[in-house]
Design a protein around this ligand. Structure first.
Ligand code: PGA
Length: 258
């Protein structure tokens, strides 16, 4: 991730895909003569599940896309049953890795401390962490949204005070009530959140390497509203990213509005 593209589109495939649906996705992308033109100045990343990374890692660069993981182990290789180490992700040329996705926080009970350990280890391995944060609807309605986001970021902000590396860092704001619901926040709410997040990182030595993503019900329909928020450098796209044509439409609709 050395050059700075205009926009990042990160497909979070969760466990939606199988080898056969991935094959169809690849076939569809190979048939699109204008795909390479569509993504000029864009960074397209696929966050695949562990079992598909090895299959994808040799194919992905031909598709002009980059490969990422949806999570990683917070431990060095060793006696950690059921975990996937950052070293093995490096073997598959992973460019980025999600950490702290709300599904991982809620379903696997990962703490802010554990998530920040993964974040630091990824940076040490020159893999871009995509740190996911977001509040619940109840927290938003209680006026707690910014506090919740700050709490989720606190450990990494402390660490980044003295970090001077050049690996790109992503903060993905994904309100939990927007994931998989078809709802996106109002432009005013988004503006407020992203200005707040920017204010938190602007004093850091590596502030210019921090990119902000929005995630939660991004689709070719909602991207039109999201496009106007200038602080957003790109999108983390779940369900809508599993179909190649829909992903392409998102990139095209967003690009057309530049
Ligand atoms: P969604 O998921 O686009 O399906 O809402 C986004 C995410 O969870 O990263």
């Amino acid at each position: 991730m050395n050059h700075i593209p205009k926009k990042y589109y990160i497909a979070n495939w969760k466990t939606y895909q199988s080898i056969s649906t991935i094959k169809r996705f690849i076939q569809a992308s190979n048939q699109e003569a204008d795909w390479h033109e569509t993504i000029i100045n864009s960074y397209i990343g696929i966050a695949a599940s562990y079992e598909h990374l090895y299959y994808l890692h040799k194919k992905i660069s031909k598709l002009a896309m980059h490969l990422g993981s949806q999570d990683c182990s917070a431990f060095l290789p060793g006696a950690y049953t059921g975990q996937v180490s950052i070293e093995s992700l490096q073997d598959m040329n992973i460019s980025f890795c999600l950490v702290g996705h709300s599904e991982v926080r809620a379903e696997l009970g990962q703490s802010d401390m554990l998530i920040s350990s993964k974040f630091k280890m990824l940076l040490a391995a020159n893999i871009s962490p995509i740190m996911c944060i977001g509040e619940t609807l109840a927290q938003k309605n209680d006026g707690m949204a910014l506090q919740v986001l700050y709490d989720q970021l606190e450990h990494i902000l402390n660490f980044l005070q003295s970090y001077t590396g050049s690996t790109k860092i992503f903060i993905a704001y994904e309100p939990r009530y927007c994931i998989g619901t078809g709802i996106v926040p109002s432009s005013d709410d988004l503006q407020k959140v992203f200005c707040f997040l920017k204010s938190l990182v602007q004093q850091l030595p590596i502030a210019k390497n921090v990119m902000f993503l929005y995630g939660g019900s991004v689709s070719s329909k909602t991207v039109q509203q999201l496009h106007d928020i200038k602080e957003i450098s790109g999108f983390l796209i779940g369900k809508a990213s599993i179909d190649f044509q829909e992903l392409k439409k998102i990139v095209q609709s967003d690009g057309r509005m530049v």
